[in-house]
Design a protein around this ligand. Structure first.
Ligand code: ZN
Length: 380
């Protein structure tokens, strides 16, 4: 039966077959087969949702997950599955059920406020939304919980995040028409929940604040443009999802995605890169996309200008530039700052750097360098 599944197979059959063969054993051919079925499910679901929705199937990024899922999100509401509210299908660890739910992104919040506070926030958001939508929940007989039957922390956050759910026994899935109906009903409620969540609290933590989201959107657009010829839409989405997974160089939580997008725009997928200050080749993981003009002083346009950053190594250059021990003059030359105190050892350290021309100095970036120069010379 497995080999006969195609894009025209009915959804209940696909879900059931996926659940029956899914394994976290990466050596198993059944895992590969389950990925193929996941793709079929994803394609079918993509056809059922509005065109601006993005559908992603996940069997775990890097490490296989015991609780695979398919996320469905409106790309206007959130730029990834780590933040905001989205729809998802998920399977419990024992694969005995299928859940269709509206839940909240958990990872972004955890990173921002820590696991314990995130849990409180997720459950409190869920409770508030369940209260606001109590009539719908009653009328449509929605559950307020899913049961992933897993000991993984990640799985319990997913459970905490759930607002409403339709839980099916995998052995007793309804016919396809009914599954589709359920999905359409959930799609009806989804935007209303996003609006409700944003309305009931101005300071709600689950969504990035509006300006951060605007920044991310603008940068995502630029990133997609950069990758347009070389990568598929899906690859870009995957990469964007992975950015925050693997990269911890972002710094402050609120500007996190923005910083990572800038970083991706600058370093792309290179392993090594030349430092703009010392001109030495360094591994990218000990480099930063350093703001030429301090981020806090930047306008929106400047924050979303890929040239606002340059590659700077953490082998000293990052700190020395940021703190104003190395300055770049109006012609792009790297200088010592005579209003700073240098130890003789530090002077020795920067001896070979001073006098270099910074390759990132150009007509476009000179204004950013000028601002920084004036700032560290106490003119601003
Ligand atoms: Zn350097």
């Amino acid at each position: 039966m497995t080999n006969n599944l195609t894009i025209s197979s009915k959804l209940p059959l696909l879900f059931k077959e996926f659940a029956s063969i899914y394994t976290i054993d990466t050596e198993s051919p059944e895992r590969e087969r389950s990925k193929e079925i996941l793709k079929l499910m994803k394609t079918k679901i993509t056809d059922l949702v509005p065109s601006n929705y993005y559908v992603k199937g996940s069997v775990g990024m890097g490490t296989p997950t015991p609780t695979p899922w398919i996320g469905i999100r409106d790309t206007d509401f959130t730029i990834n599955f780590r933040n905001g509210i989205y729809i998802f299908y998920s399977f419990p660890e024992d694969m005995s059920a299928l859940h269709l739910a509206i839940g909240q992104g958990t990872d972004g919040l955890k990173e921002e406020v820590g696991a314990a506070a995130a849990r409180l926030q997720l459950t409190s958001n869920a409770a508030s939304l369940q209260h606001i939508f109590k009539d719908t929940i009653k009328e449509k007989k929605y559950s307020k919980k899913i049961y992933l039957k897993s000991t993984q922390n990640r799985a319990s956050s997913y459970e905490d995040s759930v607002v409403i759910a339709r839980n099916y026994n995998i052995e007793k899935l309804p016919p396809e028409e009914e599954l589709i109906d359920d999905l359409k009903n959930i799609i009806d409620i989804y935007p209303k929940m996003v609006v409700a969540l944003n309305n009931y609290s101005q300071t709600i933590k689950i969504n990035n604040d509006a300006s951060d989201k605007k920044l991310e959107k603008e940068l995502t657009k630029k990133l997609k443009k950069q990758y347009k010829t070389s990568k598929s839409q899906e690859d870009i989405e995957e990469m964007l999802e992975n950015l925050t997974e693997t990269d911890s160089t972002g710094g402050k939580s609120s500007g996190r995605n923005e910083q990572q997008l800038l970083r991706q725009l600058l370093f792309q997928n290179e392993i090594t890169f030349k430092c703009a200050i010392c001109r030495e080749m360094r591994p990218v993981n000990i480099m930063v996309a350093g703001h030429i003009k301090p981020r806090t002083k930047c306008t929106f346009e400047e924050k979303t200008d890929p040239q606002i950053v340059m590659p700077i190594c953490k082998v000293g250059c990052d700190e020395l530039f940021e703190k104003g021990y190395l300055i770049i003059d109006s012609e792009g030359y790297i200088k010592e700052n005579d209003s700073k105190q240098y130890t003789s050892d530090l002077s020795k350290f920067i001896k070979n750097i001073v006098g270099n021309k910074c390759e990132y100095f150009n007509e476009h970036t000179s204004k950013y360098f000028q601002y920084k120069y004036d700032l560290v010379k106490n003119k601003q």
